[in-house]
Write a protein that binds this ligand. Structure first.
Ligand SMILES: C[S@@+](CC[C@H](N)C(=O)[O-])C[C@H]1O[C@@H](n2cnc3c(N)ncnc32)[C@H](O)[C@@H]1O
Length: 277
């Protein structure tokens, strides 16, 4: 399973939905409550999880542009949104869906956000959003991004940005070594310069405030238990692979850590909503 396989994104969708911070989500809903229509740009959309979770907070008519550099994920997103909808019509490359009384038009775009974010924002979206994306970007990307969003007067909402906290049950002494190796791996360049990793949310909050935005933020951790066994196992495998690639631990330590059965896991995330003052 690679980092962004549809299987991995499927596995995490229910945990992501449960984890979203309700106070931040309520602030989003309140901000747009008096509007009939909203245009939205979703960065790094994967299989469309963010649209499915965010659409219920937004007005009755929504026009979404879903962007990813992976054409196969965009195809999967189209299929999943079609099945999620109460009704749907395909209009060329776009999808018109009805869901829970809302009418949602979805346009799909293959693009590299390291290069094309500004051009996509020029299309005039009123809300720029993302989920589990910003920890892949860099401090300099976030700085330019916040400036560009502010220059266009758009609102910004991002969920599930990894914030570096992790706790496994039962705890093992090697957890801390694995966490440090994973963190270093997280900060490798993912196409945007040295990745912000667990610092991404702090950079977003700082940069939007510097640009005069009002920021609401809150924690959205995964609190995984026995019923999330498959996600816990997949997470542990992913952490072990990353720790191994980091190269700072001997393989025996990583394999022994991988083989400890875990009954619960806590993984920290942060949600951020920023609006022009
Ligand atoms: C962790 S996944 C999150 C997907 C989705 N937002 C979700 O919450 O399930 C990160 C997504 O960002 C996309 N991505 C990463 N780098 C990108 C880039 N430079 N341009 C466009 N998309 C990118 C990946 O293809 C992947 O779909």
């Amino acid at each position: 399973m690679n980092d962004f396989s549809p299987e991995w994104l499927d596995l995490r969708e229910a945990a992501d939905a449960r984890a979203r911070n309700a106070d931040v989500a309520n602030a989003v809903a309140a901000r747009f409550a008096l509007r009939d229509e909203l245009t939205i740009l979703d960065l790094g959309c994967g299989t469309g999880t963010n649209l499915r979770a965010t659409a219920p907070l937004l007005p009755s008519r929504q026009i979404w542009t879903l962007v990813d550099r992976d054409a196969a994920l965009l195809d999967t997103a189209k299929g999943k949104l079609t099945r999620w909808a109460d009704r749907h019509i395909l209009e060329g490359d776009a999808l018109e869906i009805e869901k829970g009384g809302r009418k949602i038009r979805v346009v799909f775009r293959e693009a590299d956000l390291a290069r094309d974010t500004g051009v996509l924002m020029d299309e005039g979206a009123q809300l720029i959003t993302a989920s589990a994306f910003f920890d892949l970007t860099s401090e300099s990307y976030v700085r330019e991004f916040a400036k560009a969003v502010a220059a266009r007067g758009a609102a910004f909402y991002t969920t599930l940005t990894y914030n570096g906290l992790q706790k496994w049950t039962p705890h093992r002494p090697a957890d801390n070594q694995i966490a440090a190796a994973f963190q270093r791996h997280q900060m490798r360049d993912k196409g945007f310069g040295p990745a912000a990793g667990p610092l991404a949310s702090s950079h977003l909050i700082d940069q939007f405030r510097i640009n005069g935005y009002v920021v609401v933020n809150g924690e959205s951790p995964w609190q995984l238990e026995r019923q999330d066994r498959m996600l816990i196992e997949e997470l542990i495998r992913g952490y072990a692979v990353a720790a191994n690639e980091d190269g700072s631990l001997d393989e025996k330590t990583v394999v022994a850590w991988l083989n400890v059965p875990r009954s619960a896991a806590f993984v920290g995330h942060t949600d951020v909503f920023a609006t022009p003052a």
